[in-house]
Design a protein around this ligand. Structure first.
Ligand SMILES: NC(=O)C1=CN([C@@H]2O[C@H](COP(=O)(O)OP(=O)(O)OC[C@H]3O[C@@H](n4cnc5c(N)ncnc54)[C@H](OP(=O)(O)O)[C@@H]3O)[C@@H](O)[C@H]2O)C=CC1
Ligand SMILES: [Fe+3]
Length: 337
């Protein structure tokens, strides 16, 4: 296969000073994207591959060689290979001794394996310093530069020096490292990309409960209670009542955007601000933005519904007007005869 190249001139100002060599195992989607980004940031990249001569679409400035040759070129090796194919790394135990192995892998299911991929890698290749990183960054985002919302890179590992070096690499790529502690945290970090909008779940359930509660409250107050008066209820159920529910939900959610008061009371009660908040408060603090956005959504719906109601009144007015005109006309005609 012909080798296609991608231009990768360094983007960083001090790129000429850096030129540290980093090895990337695997020439798949993620390996290629990360390699290109690192080249642009001034690193020298050596790819390890099963088929060095066949690798296509790799940046032209990068070297490609066999896994064992590539491993000798750097003491940081980023393993962009799926966990199922890690077995062959045992053959490289000697070459990899003392090196920093960066595990970027993700799984297809939450808690797919008994141990995390990073811990499995550490058991498979003893004598190495395994650091978990980059798994929450997608190859697409690296390529397109669409990293605005996901600049955070969770990092964990048992060797603090190794972790620091990986954090330096992360920083130099314009990303933000977030130290999650020892390799025991790898399981949590690996499950993270599999959780669909984790911070939206609580605000979503809360707003659903609020809506249902106030909807039934309004139905009891405005439909069941005045039932005896036989009023027109067709318009109330889908329009008037939701339009009353939306602002209540919006204001309640907006009030919940400020858990800081609860946190401050708790700190006063505990007499210190250095103790960890309980999990429920921690989670509440973390999903403030989502609560605010849902509140905004409800406020928007309230505006829409409020605009719809006068239209309904206008339609009723015109139909009433037409009926009254016709009644007048008929009474005139009958009075004539
Ligand atoms: N794609 C993404 O957006 C992200 C991927 N990741 C993780 O990065 C890792 C790589 O993902 P991705 O690049 O998408 O996967 P690909 O399938 O595109 O690439 C995997 C690479 O692994 C190498 N490899 C080594 N041994 C084997 C083997 N026995 N069978 C097949 N391939 C082998 C191959 O490189 P070669 O042929 O050169 O040996 C292959 O190109 C995964 O662990 C994934 O979870 C993490 C975050 C995001
Ligand atoms: Fe209003």
């Amino acid at each position: 296969m012909e080798k296609t190249s991608t231009d990768a001139s360094p983007l960083t100002m001090h790129s000429s000073e850096k030129q540290e060599t980093v090895c990337i195992f695997g020439t798949g989607d993620f390996g290629r994207s990360l390699g290109l980004k690192m080249l642009q940031c001034g690193y020298s990249i050596v790819f390890g591959s099963r088929t060095p001569g066949m690798s296509s679409l790799l940046p032209s400035d990068a070297e490609v060689m066999s896994y064992s040759d590539a491993a000798q070129k750097s003491d940081i090796i980023i393993i962009t290979i799926h966990r199922e194919h890690y077995d062959f790394l045992t053959e490289l135990t000697e070459v990899l001794k003392g090196k920093i192995l960066v595990d970027v892998s993700n799984n297809l299911k939450i808690n797919q394996y008994p141990e995390s991929n990073a811990e499995y890698l550490a058991q498979l290749v003893p004598g190495t310093h395994v650091v978990k990183a980059f798994n929450t960054i997608s190859a697409w985002a690296l390529q397109s530069g669409a990293l605005d919302a996901s600049r955070q890179v969770f990092i964990c590992g048992n060797d603090s020096k190794a972790k620091q070096r990986v954090m330096d690499v992360v920083r130099s790529l314009g990303l933000t490292p977030l130290d999650k502690g020892s390799l025991m945290a790898a399981n949590e970090i690996e499950n993270y990309p599999l959780q669909l909008f984790p911070m939206w779940r609580f605000p979503f359930y809360l707003s659903a409960v609020l809506c249902v509660f106030f909807f039934f409250y309004c139905v009891i107050r405005e439909v069941i209670y005045p039932y005896v008066y036989e009023r027109d209820r067709t318009f109330r159920l889908p329009i008037s009542i939701p339009n009353r529910v939306f602002p209540i939900a919006a204001l309640t959610l907006l009030a919940l955007v400020y858990p800081g008061v609860v946190a401050a009371i708790l700190q006063l009660y505990q007499g210190t601000k250095y103790r960890r908040f309980p999990d429920w408060l921690d989670h509440w603090m973390l999903c403030r933005k989502q609560l605010g956005l849902i509140a905004l959504g409800f406020a928007f719906l309230h505006v829409l519904y409020t605009l719809v109601i006068p239209i309904r009144y206008y339609v009723r007015w015109t139909s009433n007007n037409r009926t009254i005109t016709q009644v007048h006309l008929y009474s005139l005609v009958f009075s004539y005869f």
